[in-house]
Design a protein around this ligand. Structure first.
Ligand code: SAM
Length: 274
């Protein structure tokens, strides 16, 4: 029998499927953030991750705070539509909450590969006609761009905020670069690309192999940091807004006096397409 203990996602998740036997990257992240939309296997995986990267919880929270700042920045820049790919399980400070509290007409489409994440997002968005969640794999970008829900809410003739926050390190090279190029190219001038990403060449790299093995047992096949140069490739011709590519907790103010950036293994940047 499926163990639903401690799990807050609604019963609308496919009743025949047992999601509790294998950890998922979305639910591990939820566990790191202290959420309750996860199973025992996810919490165990999160514990193992913390034993390898003690700052993993802090990084998740810093990443979430960056997402919040990034959405506000995009709102200030006039963006009113958000395509949030690899959006995860809804938690504090969701994109539609931030955007629609400032701009009630803002539109948000969440996309995630994880059925639990999508089911829970769909549930909380049930009465929100300007936001929705779809289950899709970013390795098939055209399917996302052509998706009826995306077409309904996102006007590709007007600027879009494309959010790829802490998710591209779960996508292998062969797919990630091509897919992001396709998504970016589909957006009109004035759109923004927001990326946060695990970076290699940090102390956390010592745990790299163990982390990769841990994620190989989840729904994603990889969890690999990339170099800064590789991460910059995701922006193509989009021009980085200041301060450029920095530690996720340093965007947009730059280095903080009390920061210990060597503990961070996630960098972030925002690019504007012209
Ligand atoms: C670490 S969570 C990040 C959640 C959210 N973007 C944030 O930063 O708070 C990574 C998310 O990416 C999703 N993901 C991984 N591979 C994906 C893929 N190929 N297509 C769509 N989503 C994917 C996972 O299911 C998970 O929800």
């Amino acid at each position: 029998m499926t163990d639903h203990s401690g799990v807050g996602f609604p019963a609308m998740v496919n009743a025949d499927a047992d999601y509790s036997g294998r950890p998922s990257s979305a639910r591990i992240y939820d566990a790191l953030l202290g959420g309750n939309h996860n199973f025992e296997v996810d919490r165990e995986a999160a514990k193992r991750l913390l034993s390898m990267i003690p700052a993993a919880g802090e990084m998740a929270r810093a990443n979430r705070a960056f997402l919040n700042r990034a959405v506000r920045f995009l709102l200030d820049a006039g963006v009113r539509q958000f395509l949030d790919i690899g959006s995860g399980i809804p938690t504090v400070g969701n994109v539609h909450e931030i955007a629609q509290s400032r701009e009630p007409g803002a539109r948000v489409v969440y996309v995630d590969i994880d059925p639990v994440a999508v089911a829970h997002a769909g549930e909380i968005l049930r009465d929100n006609p300007l936001a929705t969640a779809v289950q899709a794999d970013m390795r098939f970008p055209q399917a996302i761009l052509d998706h009826a829900e995306v077409r309904k809410l996102i006007d590709l003739d007007r600027p879009v905020g494309l959010l790829l926050v802490s998710m591209l390190h779960f996508v292998p090279d062969d797919d990630a670069f091509v897919a992001v190029d396709r998504l970016r190219e589909a957006l009109p001038a004035g759109s923004y690309v927001v990326v946060s990403h695990g970076v290699s060449e940090t102390p956390a790299d010592a745990a790299g192999e163990g982390v990769a093995q841990l994620y190989q047992r989840t729904d994603v096949s990889t969890a690999t940091g990339r170099s800064r140069d590789q991460i910059l490739r995701f922006f193509g011709d989009a021009e980085l807004v200041p301060p450029g590519l920095v530690w996720v907790n340093e965007w947009p103010d730059g280095p903080q006096d009390d920061a210990e950036p060597c503990d961070m293994a996630v960098v972030a940047a925002i690019g504007r397409k012209s």
